[in-house]
Design a protein around this ligand. Structure first.
Ligand code: ATP
Length: 400
């Protein structure tokens, strides 16, 4: 089947700048579905990739899967799309089991759209034909109007007759998005859709995609290994490690109450201070520094890692005249230290401070103008509620 479209000829890149795209159409709403993974386990040969993974994505919700390379994120999407057959567990779309021990709905009947990292456009088809590809069952006139509306929505109607190779990465990504959305999927799966784009384009595409998803109210699962991207895009974030769900929640909850040191590291740069707890008390020369720690869950006996975000350490100049008075009013305990290095990192300065009683220096962040010079004696303070404690067993687990 082929369509011909009467549209503007592909024009120069200048004519494709946002101002030349003209007003964008709005995308039609889909009927969002619930996507449920129930105790999903899956492997390849002897390698177990997903272990007992459960996740329920509400209709219209955007959930970001965040985790290190190889933890099973793409496998999960492939199983949901039906590209891969499941070993154990069930996947449901609304109340229909689409993958399970006795059921398998083929990919084309699941109402699931997929956008890959590499866009995967058909090089021998025009932009229009790429977008209209999933509409082959519709009458030609209807398919044409839907595909053109989708291209209009992503600002590329003028390029309908061009072939993918003449488009930039961002433009190809927009076409891939239009192609996935035009059949109005109940669920959209995005696999690191912005990772091939440069920083500015990535931000633009994220915003664009988010506004289309909100407009169409499409249920969406997006894979990323960029925590900032997950925080910007996801209603909830599902953190994965080694094929398992480690923590699930809105960005703020994960940032404020990370389940373990691994999750804490994803969302902030933290100082990690290993120490032993005996009879509920820290065995550390500078234990007083951390205050009463009534807010953290210390084991009665065992090893813990105390975590303090770099931006939560307060650095004051030990030579300032009102320094003692100011500190005693604000912070219960402080530590003397000396500045080892200061690095300017654009929005902030990273200060390395040697502190008596700690094997490793502490790292703190301040604005560049507040950064003390190298060699200066300073005082380091922290609010007790900014100290987190994690089980040291998690670290051992990460090493294995
Ligand atoms: P990345 O962020 O690098 O894309 P990921 O979290 O998406 O990683 P997956 O692509 O799901 O991870 O892969 C998980 C594991 O499964 C990897 O070790 C990978 O090598 C393995 N794997 C994936 N697909 C296959 C396959 N078809 N055959 C054999 N092993 C596979």
């Amino acid at each position: 089947m082929s369509w011909s479209v009467k549209t503007l000829k592909p024009s120069s890149p200048a004519a494709r700048s946002p101002s030349a795209w003209g007003p964008r159409g709005s995308a039609p709403a889909t009927i969002p579905a619930r996507l449920t993974f129930e105790k999903v386990s899956h492997g390849f040969g002897d390698t177990q990739v997903l272990k007992d993974f459960s996740l329920d994505v509400a209709p219209g919700e955007i959930v970001c899967l965040l985790g290190p390379s190889g933890c099973g994120k793409t496998t999960l999407l492939r199983l949901a799309a039906g590209i891969e057959r499941l070993d154990q567990g069930r996947i449901l779309i609304d109340d229909t089991v689409v993958s399970g021990p006795t059921a398998f709905v083929p990919p084309e009947r699941r109402g699931v759209g997929l956008v890959f990292q590499d866009f995967a456009l058909f090089p021998h088809l025009t932009i229009f034909e790429n977008v209209a590809f999933g509409l082959r069952r519709l009458p030609a006139a209807e398919a044409k109007s839907a595909a053109m509306a989708a291209l209009q929505r992503v600002g590329l109607a003028a390029m309908a007759e061009a072939y993918p190779h003449v488009l930039s990465g961002g433009e190809q990504q927009r076409v891939a998005l239009a192609r996935a959305l035009v059949p109005r999927p109940n669920v959209l799966l995005l696999d690191e859709p912005f990772s091939g784009l440069d920083k500015r384009l990535r931000e633009e595409m994220r915003e664009e995609t988010l506004s289309i998803l909100r407009e169409t109210r499409t249920t969406c699962v997006m894979v990323t290994h960029d925590p900032e991207e997950a925080m910007r895009m996801g209603d909830r974030i599902a953190v994965m490690r080694r094929g398992q769900l480690v923590q699930l929640g809105p960005a703020e909850a994960l940032y404020e109450n990370p389940a373990d040191v691994f999750v804490a590291r994803l969302f902030s740069e933290i100082n990690e201070i290993p120490c032993v707890v005996k009879n509920g008390k820290l065995c550390l020369g500078i234990a007083d520094f951390f205050g009463d720690l009534s807010n953290v869950d210390l084991p009665e006996n065992g090893s813990v890692i105390l975590g303090i975000r770099q931006q939560d350490l307060v650095i004051t100049d030990a030579h300032a005249p009102d320094h003692e008075a100011m500190l005693s009013q604000t912070y219960p305990k402080s530590l003397p230290g000396r500045v080892l290095s200061v690095k300017f990192l654009g929005d902030f300065a990273l200060i390395e401070i040697a502190v008596d009683g700690l094997d490793l220096p502490l790292m703190a962040r301040t604005t560049q103008c507040e950064a003390p010079p190298v060699g200066r004696n300073v005082t380091v303070s922290v609010e007790p509620e900014d100290v987190q404690a994690f089980s040291a067993d998690d670290l051992d687990d990460l090493k294995n």
